[in-house]
Write a protein that binds this ligand. Structure first.
Ligand code: 3PG
Length: 391
């Protein structure tokens, strides 16, 4: 924005790294386009400044050095063109030169089709840097990866800076984590404790209450001595769950566990759902959601919070009979006066499903990057931009 205001983009070649890694269905159709929509302001800014605009991203995790149609950015180019209201040409081979004029936007095909992207090959990064006058990193969702388009290029491009989305994400996350309005609450759901262990530990040291959901909650219930039947759990993390609960208790903070749950005999879209007290779960039961009493309890806590950080659903909300808990949590956040911050792919899908996007304080486009920020880790793509700014 600064460069636009100073007229420094006029006639310049601007290379924007966005995170357009969006979820797709089996036919390759985009099922959720938040990241594409979030990439538009940076592109519009560059166009307004009079630049020739190149945009790229990774999509999925293709084998490098090959073109695979399943991971092509073609559907993204189409959606981007609709959102921008101007053509967006997809450039298949772009490493050795890109033909683009001021006022035009081209999308450079999946950055991970280039050999050396993930390993941040120096040679590749230099070639990319040679394509542009200004490099803009606007890919918060990929900020935890040090790849050629997120890291190396920032070292060699004539000018390197953060785009508006990256800047806004860092601002919102920093605001929520330093000097949060209290009580501060975190809701961490999802299937596994292992994937969220570090973030759980970090939050346990900071928040006033921690709500766990999904498979994570099952492991916590087991750690608290409840029967969990054949629910998804991680036996080897029961001790970790106990230590997190002990730490919270020591700090006089709370981990309000479910008092009732929704169970089924199998994990299936058509599986009949039964509400049970947590102490009544049978050996052949699978816990697939929180129950209505728990939903009410969590909603009342959310209503009193000053800050709510939300990552991960509390039940298998893809199946409607196990979506009541996540829906109740989503609606409570939507009605709460707390500053709410939500992030992660499943969380974005739940927000979309329950139509509450405009009621969330800030929706992060980051999944892994969002978690690493909450863990207090340095994000390499941000770090390299800081290094450039300080030299
Ligand atoms: C994400 O979706 O978290 C980012 O786009 C990063 O993708 P990756 O895990 O394949 O690097």
């Amino acid at each position: 924005t600064d460069l636009v205001d100073k007229g420094e983009l006029q006639g310049k070649r601007v290379f924007i790294r966005s995170d357009l890694n969006v979820p797709r269905d089996a036919e390759g159709n985009i099922t959720e386009d938040t990241r594409i929509r979030a990439s538009i302001p940076a592109i519009r800014d560059a166009l307004k400044g009079g630049a020739a605009v190149m945009v790229t991203s990774h999509l999925g995790r293709p084998k490098e050095g090959e073109f695979t149609p399943e991971e092509s950015l073609a559907p993204v180019a189409k959606r981007m063109s609709e959102l921008l209201g101007q053509p967006v040409e997809l450039k298949r081979d772009w490493i050795d030169g890109v033909d683009v004029q001021p006022g035009q936007v081209v999308l450079l095909e999946n950055a991970r089709f280039n050999k050396g992207e993930k390993k941040n090959s120096d040679e590749l990064a230099k070639k990319m840097a040679a394509l542009c006058d200004v490099y803009v990193n606007d890919a918060f969702g990929t900020a935890h990866r040090a790849e050629a388009t997120t890291y190396g290029i920032a070292r060699y491009a004539p000018v390197a800076c953060a785009g508006p989305l990256l800047a806004a994400e860092l601002d919102a996350l920093t605001r929520a984590m330093t000097n949060p309005y209290r009580p501060m609450m975190a809701i961490v759901g999802g299937s596994k404790v292992s994937g969220k262990l570090e973030v759980l530990r970090k939050l346990a040291d900071k928040v006033d209450s921690l709500i766990v959901g999904g498979g994570i909650a099952n492991t916590f219930l087991l750690a608290a001595g409840y029967p969990v039947g054949k629910s998804l759990i991680e036996e080897d993390l029961v001790e970790e769950a106990k230590s997190i609960m002990a730490m919270m208790k020591y700090r006089k903070a709370s981990v309000p566990l479910p008092v009732d749950v929704v169970c089924a005999k199998e994990f299936a879209a058509s599986a009949p759902a039964t509400v049970k007290k947590v102490s009544d779960v049978k050996p052949d039961d699978m816990i697939l959601d929180i129950g209505p009493e728990t939903a009410k309890l969590y909603a009342s806590l959310i209503a009193k919070a000053g800050t709510v950080i939300w990552n991960g659903p509390v039940g298998v909300f893809e199946f409607d009979q196990f979506g009541g808990g996540t829906k109740a949590v989503a609606e409570a956040i939507a009605h709460s006066r707390a500053f709410s911050l939500a992030g992660g792919g499943d969380t974005l899908a739940a927000i979309a499903k329950y139509g509450i996007a405009d009621k969330i304080g800030y929706i992060s486009t980051g999944g892994g990057a969002f978690l690493e920020f909450l863990e207090g880790k340095t994000l390499p793509a941000v770090d390299i931009l800081m290094q450039r700014a300080n030299h």
